[in-house]
Design a protein around this ligand. Sequence first.
Ligand SMILES: Cc1cc2nc3c(=O)[nH]c(=O)nc-3n(C[C@H](O)[C@H](O)[C@H](O)COP(=O)(O)OP(=O)(O)OC[C@H]3O[C@@H](n4cnc5c(N)ncnc54)[C@H](O)[C@@H]3O)c2cc1C
Ligand code: SF4
Ligand code: SF4
Length: 643
Amino acid sequence: MSDIDPTYRRYADGDSEHYDWDSDVINQGESYLCPTYIQRTPPCQNACPSGHDIRGWLSIVRGLDKPQGDKPWQAYAFERMTLANPFPAIMGRVCPAPCQEGCNRNSLDGYVGINSIEQYIGDWAREHQLAFAKPETESGKRVAIIGGGPAGLAAALFLRRLGHRSTIYEAHSALGGQMVFGIPGYRIPRHVLEHEIQRILDVGGIDVQLNSRVGSEVKVEELEQAYDAIFWSVGTVVGKPLRVAGGEAPNCVDGMTFLKAFNEGSLKYLDGRILVIGGGDTAMDVAAVAKRIGEVAGLDAAERPDAVFDGSGRQREEQTARRADSDCWLVYRRPIAKAPCTKHELEACIAEGVEIHDSLAPLEVVLDERGRARALKVQPVDWSSGKMEANGEPFEIECALIVAATGQTGDYDGIDGIANQWNQIDAERSMQVKDRQGHFAGGDAVIPHLLTTAIGHASVAVEGIDKYLRDLEFDDRPKVEGHHFDLLQELAEKELSPDEYNHGPTWGTNSAKWSVHNFENRAEADVIKSHALYTGHFSYEPVNARQEMDVNVSNVLGSMIERFSCLNEETAVTEAKRCMSCGFCFECDNCVIYCPQDAVFRVKKGERAMGRYVETDYFKCVGCHICKEVCPTGYIEMGLGQY
Ligand SMILES: Cc1cc2nc3c(=O)[nH]c(=O)nc-3n(C[C@H](O)[C@H](O)[C@H](O)COP(=O)(O)OP(=O)(O)OC[C@H]3O[C@@H](n4cnc5c(N)ncnc54)[C@H](O)[C@@H]3O)c2cc1C
Ligand code: SF4
Ligand code: SF4
């Protein structure tokens, strides 16, 4: 028997029978249950493939979580944001923001503009030349990264933070992957991209080998010998050709070839109607580029787009003065409402004059006497039965160029035993390549999706690589992945860390300084949905949307500037204040104000931190549940006393 008196015990020494306390739990406004404070994951974070601590950085932007010393709040938000994703200015521009679809505020008056605040912080960080911290330790380990797109670059940074060095092998002449040769420059301005890449390289310990394709210039076996682990981030860089008769015509190319030529500056204009086949984001980018570069009449053979694609010809800059609107048709097999592209990009294409022709299945490329495509033969189809069925007579659509944007695949030429039969890499949850110890993979090479997904993979893979390098077992991954807010880290930053646990016996409630008072972190297990919030607390607040430039049929030609303008400091803060802080305290004081027993009180000023704002006096609490009912964020659970 311990000589320390327990603070609370349900049974006295010698009790041998339990009494039926369950029936007493709720009794005339009182109960045995007292509040506990439970951190859960907000759905915005759960929907972000990078696992951003969105609620955390929004609480910095809105001024709840303050930086130490004279650090600007923007710098503090940037640090929190880039724990998960080192490309805030790019994500803020082109991420289709699944986080916003997940946002609980949709059940009220519309999502929080997470993406626009990310852009504001990203741009502020660039304008103020913020750098990433250098690593504090050196592990002596080296990792080969194959592919310098977003997954490879993010992995290099995440590895470096753990003290590991790396070399990025990139087949192309520049880093960035699809951000540089896929997504056009008016969506990701190249000075923004270069800045965010350079900031990663400035951390040091990351070597770069450009024009070095693994599988040809560099052998996998050499890398296995020279490095402690390998990360495959090779993307899906080869466009799929149009698989119908005549699809091999010189003026019938894939979307990747088209966009690469445009992004490298060699494709400057078209020469007649372009048919874009597909309904994904690549198709939208091809169509939008076609509208911007326009067409020039009467080109000679060496200036035609197909001569540019096969390297036999060249377009002249001076011809761009003669450009006219291009005639661009998007041909999609299904109804356009079912297209997988970002809806906003589709709407933008329509506004810019792209003609949509849906429910048309390509049958054949009709060739002229010189073997060039002169038309696409299509079959009208109907999907109402759930299957594709012919619906009318096939017909021909005349064209000068066909661009098949119907998907991409990986290029594993000269690389054995890594990809499956679909040219994808099978990875385990740790992102280790199936049956290949020491090889990890991420990004489009594993699942083609978004930039943010590639970066999220890199983060998980780096955890796996780190364990592998330190000879540790891979733990089970949490049910809810993400860079969750860490209260202990927050307390440490504010020099409020709890005392060392004394491992002495303790019962019931305790206000000793080695514990964080009645707090539990369930972020890795639970996502808080809108029905668990008290949304009546929040009033209607219209979204502070970014200004979008009106690009339309009349001004799209030659329009190479960004469509969205950035929020300013005031609008970014106002927008962040719309966040309902789902699953975490945001210091509204409701529980303090409404508690009829004055049992809930604020933590003393010098001891407060984000997430450590209120405490309960359990001797006063009668378990009335009022604090739980009035908590807008679902942070309070009447748990204490039950277990
Ligand atoms: C046209 C287009 C538009 C898109 N628009 C968006 C968008 O708006 N928003 C969004 O979030 N996502 C968008 N995406 C998707 C996004 O670009 C990808 O999900 C992302 O780039 C994948 O990153 P990654 O690092 O896995 O691969 P990638 O970006 O493809 O990078 C792979 C890199 O590996 C290199 N490489 C390949 N093989 C080798 C080898 N053997 N040796 C050395 N290097 C090699 C390649 O050259 C490339 O640089 C778009 C994609 C395309 C194609
Ligand atoms: S990366 Fe995309 S999904 Fe994640 S927070 Fe940013 S906008 Fe949202
Ligand atoms: S209200 Fe805030 S915390 Fe809740 S889902 Fe939206 S952005 Fe995330």
